[in-house]
Design a protein around this ligand. Structure first.
Ligand SMILES: Nc1ncnc2c1ncn2[C@@H]1O[C@H](COP(=O)(O)OP(=O)(O)OP(=O)(O)O)[C@@H](O)[C@H]1O
Ligand SMILES: [Mg+2]
Length: 479
């Protein structure tokens, strides 16, 4: 990715350099010379000038399609392959788990060889064009000199003019050769720019609205979905007409089968994507009509997947306040860790909160990582808290404790909780059951449990059955 970025960034600066600094002056030089041939010497020289121009065009066009393709090939494929190799390095655990070392080192060697081969090919073509150009130049020079000598013999030209012409020929030729070189630059630039456009196309950043206010804050935290339709890929609708309201300061739970679109709903609130139809409103304002930074600064997301950074534990929790320059104090960091039931574990480490994660430091279990993630989400000052399966990796007792502290710590905040384990959402103001991109059922826990043959009722009964079988969970205490 960084490789692509730097190459593409280079394309942008080359664009300015190429068109402003090089192409303009060179074209001017050539046109001025042709003008001089016409008026100062003789129109006989026009064919010569044209021959030179033709040659420069031929030169440009014999930068063969193969050569261009090879440059693009190097640019696209090796970037993709290189990115894959880099990802493999970063995901070294996955590589180890699936014994992928041999595969990746082989691919890496192949990528390097390929890069070298295409670079050699590219160099070879450039060299041929350069040498060929020199030969043709000499030839044109000789033709020009013969023409001058013939005109001199016939008395149409003075010897001083001949000398002047030969000097002038050099002056004309230089900008022409320069233009040929620019032809190559244009192709390379085109190729790099395509890469940049591809990068921009892939970028998920939403376009800021032109009429967005300079600054905007979530005041109450009411969330409203109005007939929202959304798809990641055109032909596969993911959300098909979702409408609901989460009153400020209340909790709404979302449940449903995997792949139903629950995480997508959360992503639309923080505007990681734009809806295809309908709207997402916060405090009555369409999220597309405010600046993304303003929208996200008061939303705290505890995602389904843990993304911890190879830094200290403190940094990882503090990162919840990255938008305010890591403003969380040590006390706030510890407070959040306590709520997430991870403070004791951290305190038991020799370096406590300064312990490094990964990179020669410690490694947490899945559930511990998840609790760090929760601490990071809780330390963030926010009006809206979105929890996506935030406690799924915890054992039931820890989950209940964490859930209780989340409930205590989030009083007054608007919460949306995605959960698979239904006991954790008993107290939600409303529960939405999502099925294949639609709200199939909605209501309170008690209401949903009563719907005959209802999805929620079935989920609940299935979970109760499992819990009873395991008898590690006091289901009666929860109902
Ligand atoms: N970035 C993406 N690009 C393309 N398709 C996606 C993307 N993210 C999700 N999807 C697809 O959209 C659908 C809904 O995904 P989503 O993550 O919202 O489901 P979910 O209800 O959260 O599932 P789970 O319970 O497994 O977390 C799925 O079919 C998924 O494959
Ligand atoms: Mg999900």
């Amino acid at each position: 990715m960084s490789n692509v970025f730097f190459q593409s960034k280079h394309a942008l600066s080359s664009f300015v350099d190429l068109f402003v600094m090089k192409l303009g002056p060179s074209l001017f030089g050539v046109l001025a010379s042709v003008y001089q041939y016409q008026w100062v010497y003789d129109s006989y020289f026009i064919p010569l000038a044209l021959a030179m121009a033709m040659w420069s065009i031929i030169q440009s066009s014999i930068l063969t399609p193969a050569e261009r393709a090879s440059y693009r090939y190097t640019n696209y494929n090796t970037n993709d392959e290189m990115d894959q190799c880099m990802t493999a390095l970063r995901q070294s655990e996955t590589v180890k788990q699936f014994s992928g070392e041999e595969y990746h080192s082989k691919r890496y060697r192949e990528v390097l060889d390929e890069t070298e081969r295409t670079a050699d090919h590219h160099k070879w073509v450039v060299e041929v064009v350069k040498r060929g150009s020199r030969v043709i130049h000499q030839l044109l020079h000789v033709i020009g000199t013969i023409m001058c000598l013939r005109l001199l013999a016939r008395g149409h030209m003075k010897s001083s003019d001949v000398l002047f012409f030969l000097g002038h020929f050099q002056v004309t030729y230089r900008p022409l050769t320069y233009l040929v070189g620019l032809g190559q630059d244009v192709y390379n630039l085109h190729s790099n720019s395509l890469t940049l456009l591809r990068l921009i196309d892939n970028d998920n950043d939403m376009v800021e609205s032109e009429d967005a206010p300079d600054s905007w804050d979530i005041s109450e935290g009411t969330i409203e979905f109005k007939d929202v339709h959304f798809s990641y890929e055109k032909k596969t609708p993911v959300l098909k007409g979702i409408s609901f309201t989460v009153e400020a300061g209340t909790t709404t739970a979302i449940v449903g089968a995997t792949g139903g679109g629950k995480t997508t709903i959360m992503d639309l609130i923080a505007r990681f994507y734009d809806v295809d139809q309908g709207s997402v409103l916060i405090d009555g304002v369409d999220v597309r009509h405010v600046k993304q930074a303003d929208l996200r600064k008061s939303i705290s997301i505890i995602p389904q997947q843990n993304h911890l950074l190879p830094k200290s534990i403190k940094f990882n929790i503090q990162y919840g306040t990255a938008a305010t320059n890591m403003s969380a104090t040590q006390d706030e960091v510890e407070g959040a860790a306590q709520k997430a039931q991870i403070h004791e574990k951290i305190s038991s480490l020799a370096k406590g909160y300064e312990t490094l994660l990964y990179q020669g430091g410690t490694r947490f279990s899945g559930g511990e990582n998840q609790r760090l993630n929760i601490a990071r989400g809780l330390v963030r000052p926010s009006k809206i808290l979105l929890l996506d399966e935030a406690t799924s990796a915890l054992d039931m007792i820890t989950e209940r404790n964490v859930q209780n502290s989340i409930n205590d710590g989030t009083k007054g905040k608007t919460c949306i909780v995605i959960a698979h384990r239904l006991p954790t959402i008993i107290h939600a103001r409303q529960i939405l059951v999502i099925k294949e991109g639609k709200i199939a059922e909605r209501g309170t826990f008690a209401e949903l449990k009563k719907i005959p043959n209802g999805i929620f009722k079935k989920m609940w009964e299935a979970q109760m059955k499992v819990a009873k079988e395991r008898s590690d969970f006091d289901i009666h205490g929860m109902t």
